[in-house]
Design a protein around this ligand. Structure first.
Ligand code: PLP
Length: 402
C-alpha cells in the first residue's frame, strides 16, 4: 500500500456505516431520508404515569426534558458510540466541555490526575485552575514515556490518567495500550482526547475508559458547529458520566446536533481526501531547505510514529511544521500574512485549509519537539493540493526574502 493510500484507508472503511448510521426507518407511508430537526424545551406526556416512567429512563437516550437532550442529540449519541466503539455517548456543548465534564464526573478533592504534557491547552488550563481549586493534584508525564516512567509518576491517589494522541501542536503519538495497563494496575481510569483519531483509532480496543471528541472538528466538518462528545467503555462508567452531565446541565443544541449528523455523512470521503493531501504536502515540506522538521504522525521523524503505524488505520488533516532556526518569528509572520489559500485562525477539521503559528502558544513542563525555530500548524482542507503547495512555495519565498 502506498503511504497516501495507507492514510486514507481507514476513512474509506467507515464510509458505508457513516451513510447508514442513525437514519429513520422507511415506512409504508414514506419517510424522509434524514431525521427531522426537533427543537424544544418541554416534553409533554399523555399521563402522569407516562411522565414518571419516562423520567426514570435517564440512562436510555430518550426525551425527558430539553436540557437532558433532544431526539436529534440522542440519535447523534448513538452514531458517535457506534463509530468510537463504546457503550454510550454523552453529547455536550463543546469539545472543551467534553474534556472538562468527565474530569469533574470522575475526580474528587484529594485525588491526583496525571496528564500528558502535550494535552490541548484549554484542558491544561482547566486542570491548573478549576481542578486545583477543587483540591485535585495535577502533574504531567512526558509524551511517549515508557511504562517505567509512567509507573514512577503514579501516586496512591491517582484516579485519572488523561492523554491525547497525537498531542496538540507537537503531535507525539502515545502508546495508549501501555498507558491503560499502567493506569488500571493502579486503580485509575484512562481518558483519551481522541479528536485527531476519530474513526481511525479504536480507543476501547486499546483499553481506554473514556474517549473524548471535539465534534466541532471532523464530524461537523464545515466550521459551522461547536459541539463535543464523551464516549465510555461500559455501563458503570456511563451511569457516573450521565449523572454528572445532568447535574451540570450539559447538553448541545438540536441544530448543532443535526448539522453534526449531516457532517458525519461525508466525513469518510472528506477525510480520505484531506489525509492524502496533508501527507503529500507534509512530504513536500520535508524536501524544503527552510524546514527543520515536519511533525506528522505518518512520517518516521514524528515522535511515536511506530505507535501510529501499529494502532491507526489512517491519518488526519492536521500536522506541525518547524522552521530552521535561521528564521525569526517575525519572518514566519510575514510568510503567514502572504499566504492566500490558508485562513489564519484557530480550530481545524473543516473543509478549508488553515494556518496557525504555534511558537509562543505551547506550554510544556518538559521538553518539546518544537525547539529549533519558529513553528506553525497546518490544517489541510479540500482545495486542490497543487494550489496549496504553490501558495506555500510563494510564502517560503517571502520568508527567505525577509
Ligand atoms: C479543538 C479541540 C478541543 C475543543 O473543541 P471545541 O469544540 O473547540 O471546544 C478539544 N481537544 C482537542 C484536541 C481539540 O483540538
Amino acid at each position: 500500500m502506498t503511504d497516501e493510500n495507507r492514510v486514507s484507508a481507514g476513512w474509506l472503511k467507515l464510509a458505508s456505516s457513516l451513510s447508514h448510521v442513525a437514519r429513520p426507518q422507511a415506512t409504508e407511508a414514506g419517510t424522509y431520508v434524514n431525521l427531522p430537526l426537533e427543537r424544544g424545551s418541554t416534553v409533554v406526556f399523555p399521563s402522569l404515569d407516562a411522565m414518571q416512567q419516562t423520567g426514570r429512563k435517564r440512562y436510555e437516550h430518550v426525551s425527558i426534558y430539553g436540557a437532558m437532550g433532544s431526539p436529534t442529540q440522542h440519535e447523534l449519541e448513538k452514531a458517535i458510540a457506534t463509530i468510537e466503539g463504546g457503550t454510550d455517548t454523552q453529547v455536550v456543548c463543546s469539545g472543551l466541555a467534553a474534556c472538562t465534564t468527565p474530569l469533574l464526573a470522575f475526580l474528587k478533592a484529594g485525588d491526583h490526575c496525571l496528564l500528558a504534557d502535550n494535552v490541548y491547552g484549554p484542558t491544561r488550563r482547566f486542570a491548573e485552575n478549576m481542578l486545583k481549586r477543587f483540591g485535585v493534584e495535577i502533574s504531567y508525564f512526558p509524551p511517549c514515556a515508557d511504562a517505567a516512567t509512567i509507573t514512577a509518576l503514579m501516586r496512591p491517589n491517582t484516579r485519572v490518567v488523561f492523554t491525547e494522541s497525537p498531542g496538540s501542536h507537537t503531535f507525539e503519538v502515545q502508546d495508549v495500550a501501555m498507558l491503560a495497563e499502567v493506569a488500571h494496575a493502579h486503580g485509575a481510569l484512562l481518558f483519551l482526547d481522541n479528536t485527531w483519531g476519530f474513526g481511525i483509532f479504536a480507543p476501547f480496543k486499546h483499553g481506554v475508559d473514556v474517549s473524548i471528541q471535539a465534534l466541532t472538528k471532523y464530524p461537523a466538518g464545515h466550521s459551522d458547529v461547536i459541539a463535543g462528545a464523551i464516549t465510555v467503555a461500559d455501563t458503570r462508567l456511563w451511569h457516573t458520566l450521565r449523572d454528572a452531565a445532568i447535574q451540570m446541565g450539559q447538553v448541545a443544541g438540536p441544530d448543532e446536533c443535526w448539522l453534526t449528523l449531516r457532517g458525519l455523512r461525508t466525513m469518510g470521503v472528506r477525510l480520505a481526501q484531506q489525509a492524502k493531501s496533508a501527507l503529500h504536502i507534509a512530504k513536500w515540506l520535508q524536501t524544503r531547505p527552510e524546514v527543520a522538521r515536519v511533525l506528522h504522525p505518518a512520517l518516521p521523524e514524528c515522535p511515536g510514529h511506530t505507535y501510529w503505524k501499529r494502532d491507526f488505520t489512517g491519518a488526519g488533516s492536521l500536522f506541525g511544521v518547524v522552521l530552521k532556526a535561521d528564521y525569526t518569528v517575525q519572518d514566519m509572520q510575514r510568510m503567514i500574512d502572504a499566504l492566500k489559500m490558508y485562513g489564519i485562525g484557530a480550530s481545524w477539521g473543516g473543509y478549508e485549509s488553515l494556518i496557525l503559528p504555534t511558537t509562543g502558544g505551547i506550554t510544556r513542563s518538559g521538553e518539546s519537539p518544537v525547539q529549533a525555530g519558529p513553528a506553525f500548524r497546518l490544517q489541510i482542507g479540500l482545495e486542490n493540493p497543487d494550489d496549496l503547495i504553490a501558495d506555500l512555495e510563494q510564502g517560503l519565498q517571502v520568508l527567505k526574502s525577509a
